[in-house]
Design a protein around this ligand. Structure first.
Ligand SMILES: Cc1cc2nc3c(=O)[nH]c(=O)nc-3n(C[C@H](O)[C@H](O)[C@H](O)COP(=O)(O)OP(=O)(O)OC[C@H]3O[C@@H](n4cnc5c(N)ncnc54)[C@H](O)[C@@H]3O)c2cc1C
Ligand code: SF4
Length: 561
């Protein structure tokens, strides 16, 4: 079997997205020799098309059926389109399966340096002890093996580097951070914020987002061109390809190996240690081995657990690091499916084409099941809303000719909000290997079993009802709300299937994302989350990863690994 010639690495990191980028940066800057294995191809500024008009594209970005031929799952989310589709996995070559009665759209599967951070929505929110210790408050599931004070300095560190625009709101359950100046709210957003606070006591704020409003580290402030998901030549949003990974490579201590599809972790059975990685070169389909003192998986939740399940050995017959039997279980992903919109005609500015486009909108902080109020009767935990306002031409105006042209210019000014809710960790939401299906590299694929429970259904209903209530008190017209209990999964924030815990009988990782079973094997993406609070996960993924890297280095220093 061909082997990677240079195998004098301290650490192998698998995956170059939000978590892998930070792992490489932190370790390489400290002087460790790091090999970064990334299944995708190289990313480059040359691929960024945020300023390219649709008329320069072959199909004017109006033929999703062309993309659907190879990416029938990925195309369901608009960020996979004619501009970007070749950053995404080919769903036919790298499939997954589900039971017939449990459809699950596993979207946002990237195959390019930077992973999902190329196309992410950038909303960046801290968790609080209200999340880390949620089980103590309501009795469901397990507490995290760490608390807010443990992670707070790492939130500070990551936010200062990433660049998060936002406003301090003083909420205990949604802690403030190290913010760059916020992007101001529009008139109707300000009005909505004030009314909702005054009448319902809920907090509407400018979205906390990884878009720069001030320059840092050679990255320019955002110039409001809009489509960040197509890349950004001024590096004004956070994408690990041109931030953390670039920093790691600049140290000279990190080697990026692209097109390296990791199949399994290689074990030394005599010493119960990981000794390296077996991967498939995506271009040649040749298998290769590479060795290091420590292995860190950062391939995204399901992908990392797939690698662990595929790494079974006679000593670890049901997957690596699975002596507890919980590996693959407690899959969570945020519920959406509830929200609403309404019009604010009093704020109609003249609509325009080609004006500045704010790449972020508003966020409404969670208001259910919090301190100083009795528990909400209909469900546990809570949800927040992402939203935005827009001023559009009246495209649906009736009539023809002059009358139509006049009516077209009557602005339609609206606000729309969508709930993002916590899914309770449940044993019967899980992933396993499908014994009958392999990808084109010969690697067994995942079968994903996921469905909503009663709690999620009740929450979705409340997302719709509460959206209507807020729009109503703000005086919106033509209010439309929705709550679709059977909405397909919106799987971009998956977590929990190699969960952290203090008890090795009930968890896969300790609080430093080190596997309980194999001391030199870590999993530093969201698979370790003990629960999946309603706040978007990536800021916490990055902060935890840096904390775990610091622990790893201290353990290496004292030869404990
Ligand atoms: C459209 C979209 C919008 C989002 N919006 C937000 C948001 O607003 N806020 C938020 O907090 N989060 C958001 N997210 C989620 C966020 O992007 C992820 O939480 C985050 O990127 C996960 O980081 P990660 O390191 O686990 O995985 P990724 O960033 O996905 O990186 C994983 C990398 O591993 C590589 N890889 C996978 N398998 C293998 C393998 N077998 N071998 C080698 N390499 C492999 C992949 O190619 C990829 O590059 C969004 C995601 C999407 C897709
Ligand atoms: S809106 Fe801002 S961050 Fe997004 S691509 Fe344009 S300049 Fe970059």
């Amino acid at each position: 079997m061909p082997q990677q010639k240079n195998h004098s690495y301290d650490v192998i990191v698998v995956g170059s997205g939000a978590s892998g980028g930070w792992a490489c940066k932190r370790l390489a800057e400290a002087g460790l020799k790091v090999a970064l294995l990334e299944a995708g191809r190289l990313q480059s500024d040359k691929n960024f098309t945020e300023h390219k008009p649709a008329f320069e594209l072959k199909y004017r970005n109006r033929a999703p059926e062309i993309v659907r031929k190879t990416r029938p799952i990925q195309v369901k989310f608009g960020v996979c389109n004619e501009y970007t589709f070749n950053w995404f996995v080919n769903d036919l070559e790298e499939p997954y399966t589900t039971p017939a009665d449990k459809p699950f759209d596993w979207m946002g599967r990237l195959r390019v340096t930077g992973g999902r951070t190329n196309v992410w929505g950038r909303v960046s929110l801290r968790f609080s002890d209200w999340d880390f210790k949620a089980a103590s408050f309501d009795g469901h599931g397990e507490n995290w093996p760490l608390g807010y004070k443990d992670i707070e300095p790492y939130y500070d560190l990551v936010e200062k580097y990433v660049g998060i625009t936002g406003s301090a709101e003083g909420l205990e359950h949604l802690p403030d951070g190290q913010f760059q100046p916020p992007v101001p709210l529009t008139c109707q957003e300000t009005f909505f914020r004030n009314r909702v606070k005054e009448k319902l006591g809920r907090t509407v704020m400018p979205a906390r987002s990884a878009n720069l409003t001030k320059p840092i580290n050679g990255r320019g402030p955002c110039h409001f061109c809009g489509p960040c998901e197509r890349g950004c030549m001024t590096h004004s949003y956070f994408n690990s390809a041109f931030t953390t990974v670039a920093d790691a490579l600049n140290t000279g201590n990190c080697t990026l190996i692209s097109n390296a599809m990791v199949h399994k972790v290689l074990m030394d059975p005599d010493h119960n240690r990981a000794r390296g990685i077996l991967y498939i070169d995506r271009n040649t389909h040749h298998a290769r081995e590479i060795y290091a003192r420590t292995v860190i998986l950062c391939a995204q939740t399901q992908e990392s657990v797939r690698i662990l399940l595929n790494s079974a050995t006679p000593q670890h017959s049901n997957g690596l690091a699975n002596s507890s039997g919980v590996l693959g279980h407690y899959l969570t992903a945020h519920v959406r499916g509830g929200g609403g919109s309404g019009e604010f005609p009093a704020f109609g500015a003249r609509p325009s084409l080609g004006g500045p486009i704010k790449p972020l909108g508003i966020y409404i902080a969670r208001f259910r099941n919090l301190q100083n109020a009795p528990p909400y009767k209909k469900f546990l935990r809570g949800f927040g809303y992402e939203g935005e306002s827009s001023t559009e031409f009246n495209w649906k105006a009736p009539g023809f000719g002059e009358a139509y042209k006049k009516a077209l210019l009557e602005p339609r000014t609206s606000i729309g909000i969508t709930g993002f809710g916590e899914v309770l960790p449940r044993w019967d939401n899980f992933v396993e290997l499908d014994p009958s299906v392999k990808d084109i590299y010969g690697i067994p694929v995942l079968k994903i079993h996921m469905s909503d429970g009663e709690n999620e259904r009740a929450m979705i209903q409340d997302m719709g009802d509460s959206a209507g209530e807020m729009l109503e008190v703000a005086g919106a017209k033509n209010i439309r709300t929705y709550a679709h209990p059977s909405a397909p999964r919106w799987a971009l924030h998956e977590a929990g299937i190699a969960r952290m815990g203090a008890d090795p009988n009930k968890s896969v990782l300790n609080q430093f994302q080190q596997t309980h079973d194999i001391k030199n094997l870590f999993v530093m993406d969201a698979s370790g989350f003990t629960s999946n609070p309603c706040q978007n996960p990536t800021l916490t993924i990055m902060a935890l990863c840096v904390r775990s890297c610091d622990y790893l280095m201290s353990e290496l220093q004292r030869n404990a690994i």
